[in-house]
Design a protein around this ligand. Structure first.
Ligand code: FEO
Length: 185
């Protein structure tokens, strides 16, 4: 029984994988929104470099959503966009922001692992291959948040240290995610 009315010979996504990837697109957009909110908070406490770091993060999360969006379409699936939940807007201090970032990325890692698991159960090898990039990306995401947390804990209330870290994070630049670099998106 065909999954939908598309009349092509492409190996289509199963409904289960399609729904799980759609949910992940929503989670990636929510992540983008969360980091934009964190960027606003950093501006509000006079940390423009950290605000920049979160802006880059905001762009990267949109890339993650786009990779999945393109992938669903390339497999003859249907992207369905749902509402984006509200995000937090206030944190107690800058350390809390990065601790929240790490905790969030750990949650995303669990979501990606679950998605991979579904693709495996469905014997969907192409989706497993596509998700491999996300699995590797999550290692980097968690590591970079952890490094900044370590730095902030070391600095504590040292104003000069905070100034230097803000400068360093201000130098971060956005680079399009490699799976998108070869496409027109
Ligand atoms: Fe899209 Fe930060 O994981």
């Amino acid at each position: 029984m065909p999954q939908n009315n598309h009349n092509n010979t492409k190996a289509m996504l199963s409904k289960k994988v399609e729904e799980a990837i759609n949910a992940q697109i929503n989670a990636e957009i929510w992540s983008a929104y969360l980091y934009l909110s964190m960027s606003a908070y950093c501006h509000s406490i006079g940390q423009p470099g950290m605000a920049n770091w979160f802006q880059v993060q905001f762009h990267e999360e949109q890339d993650h959503a786009k990779i999945l969006f393109n992938y669903v379409n390339s497999r003859g699936g249907r992207v369905i966009l749902k509402a984006i939940d509200a995000v937090p807007t206030e944190w107690g201090n800058i350390l809390e922001v990065f601790e929240n970032t790490l905790a969030h990325e750990q949650k995303v890692t669990a979501l990606i692992n679950n998605l991979y698991d579904i693709a495996t159960q469905e014997k969907d090898f192409a989706s497993q291959s596509k998700l491999q990039w996300f699995i590797d990306e999550q290692v980097e995401e968690e590591e970079s948040a952890q490094t900044i947390i370590d730095n902030l804990r070391m600095i504590k209330d040292n104003g000069y240290g905070l100034y230097m870290l803000d400068k360093e994070l201000g130098a971060r630049t956005y680079k399009q995610a490699s799976p998108l670099a070869s496409s027109e998106d």
